[in-house]
Design a protein around this ligand. Structure first.
Ligand code: GAL
Length: 714
């Protein structure tokens, strides 16, 4: 008897290894330069299914490209019911992405578990957008379309059968012995019996990102007013206080396009009723209308957890999860029944009276208050899958509600994931480290999401101004005064500088709007890292060549993570300063760069040190750069309102720019009612620069008034 048992055990152990099996990957080129690979039995529910978007039509128009890796170097194995993915890495290769990271840009060598969560001060994979996408400095991208928590070893493990194994070193004798031997692979572990993955061709890293964003429907196109200024008021403000806030902005001449109401607009919050508090807002429809009449739209904070006192509580109950969040029920938004009940309520109570958008809070984490992984959802999707996709679901279906009303929206969300780039939402959090906020802004461009380094509070006028400057060079220019009641002019000693940069934000609206149109139609992230800039090669440090900054300042750019400067649109390089800094280094990629404010040459492929003073945020323009600007306005231009343009040109080279135009408020652009006006600045035979703009097309939007040209570099 004993012997039989032993034999049985041996057989089980003997058979175990055979449960691991190499999988054939079925590759299919679904668009030029985009391959879908399938192996095993992928989960039925994944990130792209949750986002449920149509890929951008632009994908069909892209250049053909060869598969960017050797297919035989990509392997997928099934073992103990999980999928093991392995992709090759070259020696001189750096990786970017793996979600919205806050402290790191270079991801090679890192270990993480991609998990939707708030950011807890460490880049361990837990973040508001744990996008399973990475882009290589060699010009290709990889996306694993799974709504599971994915373990990532981004160039960390070394296999016995590695083709490029690291040298074996002897610590006793070798001073260069490394605790982290070189690894030639990215490996990922997905708790699923198969996987769907995508490989994107370049040729440059930016092209791989564009393809990834286009697969997700292209980037979002906000309404024009979304790119103006927004103030979020104290959580308990009432209608009168909100009106006074708008009036104070108007009286003092500070731009303001929308005001965000925080939890107190609802009769109950945490959990929420989604209904107005009638003591603070006795006549919401009248209030929203009056605000609209003074050019200020209303955005509403909410979280999705349903209060027992909400009128939809009973109706939505069958479609909610087994557990609660703050005693509120969790709608299973992957079910059509649940989202119909929730968003019908939003539509009736808010959108139909003119509310312009939402801030959808608390859909990311964190574990101590969100639903636990033992929660059962009525759709049958696992709690893990719901955690990874909840941010996508709230964005998708709230956006669809606005689309059904032919109103564009622009709001905030605290959780997202791959597939969500076309949703007009910007991520934010409570962490409030200015440095981390800028690193996140850079990483948002590698993760297919938008991020705002919001301003809330500051200890000093200097900090207030420095933070304010960066938020004006980000996707959403916002003060979030939900607990502080602070206003742009709270520090009188810097109020004029604050006003100047808020005005600059408005003046640059034609530029911002066109750059977002490029995000939408071409997939180019409007805010992104330096590694994506042409002629800015960023590789891994070659151990053999010591960096000598005296001899070769540019070397710094090649080897160091660049976490404190970024690109804003096609032509601008932004190099913010943090509190306490009076000077900083700026790495200028090869080619000439000019000071945005003066047009003077700043440098060419070098590391410069600047001492810019407090008044301005340092911004540099690429040679031939064109920036279309409009006059200072306190509110964004309305649909079809003509505005005059001042078109600035920088440097010596001829310049080109595509200026986007549409009504700025509706979805008419989806029916082809938009135009791209071609701007050119060319040097004439007499040496002078001369600008031209293509004519307005018949039947297309034409909001360009009088054009003046400003050649900034004398
Ligand atoms: C937080 C959010 C803040 C603010 C606050 C209101 O979760 O991050 O921005 O909205 O809730 O309670």
């Amino acid at each position: 008897m004993r012997l039989t048992f032993l034999l049985l055990l041996c057989t089980i152990f003997y058979l175990a290894p055979s449960r691991s099996s190499a999988q054939n990957i079925q590759w299919q080129e679904i668009y030029p330069g985009v391959w879908k690979g399938t192996a095993g039995k992928p989960d039925a529910y994944d990130l792209l299914k949750a986002a449920n978007v149509t890929p951008s039509a632009t994908l069909q128009t892209l250049d053909k490209a060869a598969f960017p890796l050797k297919k035989e170097d990509i392997s997928i194995e099934m073992h103990l019911g999980k999928t093991y993915i392995r992709l090759p890495l070259e020696r001189n290769e750096q990786l970017f992405g793996f979600g919205l990271n806050f402290q790191t840009i270079h991801q090679r060598g890192r270990i993480m578990q991609l998990h939707a969560d708030h950011y807890g001060k460490s880049d361990n994979g837990r973040t508001h957008a744990p996008t399973p996408f990475y882009v290589s400095s060699l010009g290709y991208g990889v996306f694993v379309n799974s709504a599971k928590y994915i373990d990532v070893y981004a160039g960390h493990g070394v296999r016995k059968d590695s083709k490029n194994p690291p040298e074996v070193q002897d610590r006793n004798t070798d001073d260069n012995w490394s605790a982290h031997p070189y690894s030639d692979a990215v490996e990922m572990l997905v708790p699923a019996e198969g996987i769907e993955m995508y490989v994107f061709a370049g040729p440059k890293p930016i092209n791989a990102i564009q393809r990834f964003n286009l697969l997700s429907g292209g980037g979002c196109l906000p309404p024009r007013w979304g790119l103006g200024f927004t103030q979020r008021v104290h959580r308990l403000y009432n209608a009168e206080q909100v009106k006074q806030e708008a009036k104070a902005f108007e009286d003092r001449g500070y731009p303001l396009d929308f005001i965000g109401l925080e939890p107190g607009w609802q009769s109950k919050s945490y959990p929420c009723t989604f209904e107005w508090d009638k003591t603070r807002f006795p006549d919401p429809a009248k209030f929203v209308k009056e605000m609209d009449a003074v050019g200020v739209k209303i955005n509403l904070w909410t979280n999705p957890y349903v209060s027992p006192d909400a009128s939809i509580y009973k109706k939505i109950d069958p479609y909610t999860a087994s557990h609660t969040v703050w005693n509120g029920t969790i709608p299973d938004l992957s079910m059509p029944e649940a989202r119909k009940i929730l968003f019908d309520q939003f539509e009736k109570e808010h959108v139909k009276i003119g509310v312009s958008g939402y801030k959808i809070d608390e859909v990311d984490g964190f574990d101590s208050y969100l639903w636990p992984d033992v929660t059962i959802f009525p759709s049958g999707h696992s709690s893990e899958q719901m955690r990874q996709t909840y941010g996508l679901l709230v964005q998708k279906y709230s956006y669809e509600m606005f689309r059904n009303n032919n109103m564009r929206t622009y709001g905030l969300v605290r959780g997202s994931n791959a597939g969500g780039s076309s949703f007009p939402y910007v991520i934010y959090n409570d962490n409030y480290s200015h440095e981390d906020f800028i690193t996140a802004l850079i990483n948002s461009g590698y993760a297919g999401v938008l991020w705002t380094p919001e301003v809330r509070a500051s200890k000093t006028a200097e900090e207030w101004l420095r933070r304010f400057q960066t938020v004006c060079f980000s996707p959403m220019a916002m003060i979030n005064a939900w607990s502080t009641s602070m206003q742009p002019w709270t520090f009188p000693e810097v109020a004029p500088q604050i006003k100047a940069v808020a005005e600059l934000r408005m003046q640059m609206m034609p530029y911002w709007y066109s750059e977002f149109a490029k995000y939408h139609y071409k997939g180019t992230p409007p805010f992104r890292g330096m590694s994506l800039e042409e002629r800015f090669s960023s590789g891994v440090k070659n151990e053999k060549t010591a960096t000598n900054l005296e001899e070769n300042p540019y070397e710094e750019a090649l080897t160091k993570e660049v976490k404190d400067q970024y690109m804003a649109g096609e032509y601008l390089l932004v190099a913010p300063l943090f509190t306490g800094e009076t000077s900083r280094k700026v790495i200028l990629p090869k080619g000439k760069w000019y000071d945005f404010y003066t047009g003077k040459l700043a440098g060419n492929g070098e590391v410069i040190t600047i001492t810019p003073g407090l008044d301005k945020i340092p911004v540099f323009v690429k040679d031939g750069g064109i920036v279309p600007m409009m006059p200072v306005m306190l509110h964004a231009p309305k649909a079809n309102e003509k505005v005059d343009l001042e078109i600035r040109h920088y440097g010596e080279k001829n310049g080109n720019y595509k200026l986007y135009d549409d009504d700025g408020e509706t979805f008419a652009y989806e029916k082809g009612i938009f135009s791209w006006r071609e701007i050119k600045v060319e040097r004439q035979k007499n040496g002078e620069l001369k600008g031209s703009i293509s004519a307005e097309e018949k039947g297309k939007p034409g909001t360009v008034g009088k054009v003046t040209w400003r050649y900034m570099t004398k």
